[in-house]
Design a protein around this ligand. Sequence first.
Ligand SMILES: *Cc1c(COP(=O)(O)O)cnc(C)c1O
Length: 388
Amino acid sequence: MKIETSERIKKLPPYLFVELDKAKRKAREDGKDIIDLGIGDPDIPTPNFIIDALAKAARNPKNHRYPLDQGLPEFRKAIAAWFKKRYGVTLDPESEILPLIGSKEGIAHMPLAFVNPGDAVLVPDPCYPPYKSGTYFAGAEPILMPLTEKNRFLPDLKSVNHAIIHKVRMMFINYPNNPTGAVCDKRFFKDVVDFAKKHNIIVCQDAAYSEMGYGPYKAPSIFEVEGAKDVAIEFHSLSKTFNMTGWRIGFACGNRELVEGLARIKSNIDSGVFFAIQWAGVEALANYDKHIRSVLKIYEERRNVLVDGLKALGWDVAKPNATFYVWTRVPPRFTSGTFSQALLEKCDIVATPGNGFGTNGEGYVRFALTVDKRRIKEAVERIKKQLG
Ligand SMILES: *Cc1c(COP(=O)(O)O)cnc(C)c1O
């Protein structure tokens, strides 16, 4: 039998990191001392108080059953309480909050609930890949909104093509932003909400890095803007905030019809998050204030070591206000690809080429601050010696 993949798989954008992944694996096998600034996955372990909550809940047989489709009531209540305290926004735990098996899962499923074949979805470029793949899986076309330095990596809503706007059902935005580290203010969210209302577009705001803000910067929720609940759903994650990437826990919140539609897709595909993990999530959110400061301090120090180090080499690089990424132009003699290759071959450093996140990422590289500051210092030394 000849086995053929579906058209939707064929449509997926090529995975640009294949060659880099291969080279990285080979370098490791060759015994090279690799500094991996490639993946956005915290190196810091999950705090013990969260692990203890999981262990306790895992011993309770009540938690061994299928989790409820709409999630544990106590977890939804904990989310509502945290949201009120953190953003001053009231959410109804019954109808405006949905636990997710990591926010990626909800993001990728969202177009299936509200987008038809032939429709279009606005996605930023460069971007986190599931916005595009989720769109393709729903049979729709992504329409790119370029994120450029000139616009501080915010999409220019006025330049969205008017000839096709009637086809647009949904848009993705992501602030604080991966990969650019850019942030937005409430005024931008207000512009997005107005734009969405005018053109009947569902807004999906990815807030995975909402808690990774430095110094005085605190990211807003889109629901701090009046009227946002009419058009928007926001995706939150415990992954980055609590160093829980492997646990798979996040949530969607906002407009109840949007939450309900996503829940209907999910109830036919998965059966929710292991109850014990949701209990660990309750504990995590309840201790947010105590936990977050120490984590931010670590990333802020790392950010300063990398950015100050690169600046001392003459690079024009700015300190991001949020996220654990430093997004910067590659030196002029390189492309994203050749620079990442040179970093690996000459410096034993892994960094992500910007074009892997979309064509508008060409000319950039993304460094993830997911190794300790001593290793980041070492990375800067290597760049100085080999590529300076
Ligand atoms: C890490 C990340 C996520 C999702 O993380 P989950 O572990 O699935 O909750 C979502 N969006 C962006 C932009 C990310 O970088």
